[in-house]
Design a protein around this ligand. Structure first.
Ligand SMILES: [Zn+2]
Length: 257
């Protein structure tokens, strides 16, 4: 009986299936549809903002909010060129007033950056663009759906049928929450580095800032790893790889500038 349930769940999962990501072309096994991932992320995002608001942790720094919005607006335009369907996403960015060194972008373009990372790393506009470009790339490349699928698997195949059918979104809100705290895969990180760099370059942000950003991040991890590094495992060769990508991104940057 148990075996049959598992088989049924796997069959249901297979219906959602294995598909080639339209941006990277990589085959991904996803247990949730794009629509479901976006709807549950929107719900988790609203809850996160609501909780932050109640604790007085939504940044009221108008200059910082405007700065982050100005940067992400440029990235969003290029995201639409990289992945057309993202043009209809209901993009949103929040600045959360917490000392944590973190930033994220959920499926469907719900973003946040924490004041901790901006202030402690004294980020320039180019560096903020690199971090948000990297996060947006995760969303365009369907990594959020992959992480949600892993979160579902971790919860022991809970109510998979209704998730697949996209009926019970309340079950998925915590999954979307867990998903942003799960580490990305090494493969996902390389993809997000590569596409994030391109996104930022095409938006007129200096690709060399990505290298500086990761150098700052790695220097900051001396006093215990920043939260960002728990969700973005940093292979030792990351800075070297980014350096290798910079020359091919420079013409895109020069053209957009
Ligand atoms: Zn990442």
């Amino acid at each position: 009986m148990k075996t049959r349930l598992v088989v049924t769940a796997l069959a249901a999962a297979a219906l959602v299936g294995c598909e080639a990501n339209p941006v990277s072309g990589r085959q991904q096994l996803v247990l949730v549809s794009e629509e479901t991932a976006q709807a549950s992320s929107a719900q988790a995002y609203a809850q996160t903002l609501d909780a932050a608001q109640k604790k007085g942790k939504l940044s009221t720094d108008a200059a910082l909010n405007a700065r982050v919005k100005r940067i992400t607006d440029r990235l969003i335009v290029q995201a639409g060129n990289m992945y057309g369907p993202s043009r209809s996403w209901k993009w949103s960015v929040a600045v959360i007033d917490e000392p944590t060194l973190n930033a994220w972008c959920m499926p469907g373009g719900k973003m946040a950056i924490y004041t901790g990372i901006v202030r402690k790393l004294a980020l320039s506009d180019d560096e903020i663009a690199q971090i948000m470009g990297h996060e947006i790339a995760h969303a365009l490349l369907g990594h959020g759906r992959e992480r949600m699928s892993r979160a579902i698997a971790m919860q022991g195949g809970m109510a998979l049928g209704s998730i697949v059918a996209g009926r019970d979104l309340s079950i998925l809100a915590p999954v979307a929450d867990i998903a942003i705290t799960l580490p990305n895969s090494r493969e996902g990180e390389s993809e997000a580095d590569r596409y994030g760099l391109e996104l930022a370059a095409r938006s007129g942000f200096d690709p060399r800032a990505a290298v500086r950003l990761w150098e700052k991040m790695s220097a900051a991890s001396g006093n215990g790893p920043p939260q960002f590094l728990s969700t973005h495992p940093s292979p030792v060769d990351r800075i070297q790889k980014l350096n290798g990508l910079v020359p091919q991104m420079m013409p895109l940057y020069e053209k957009a500038r």
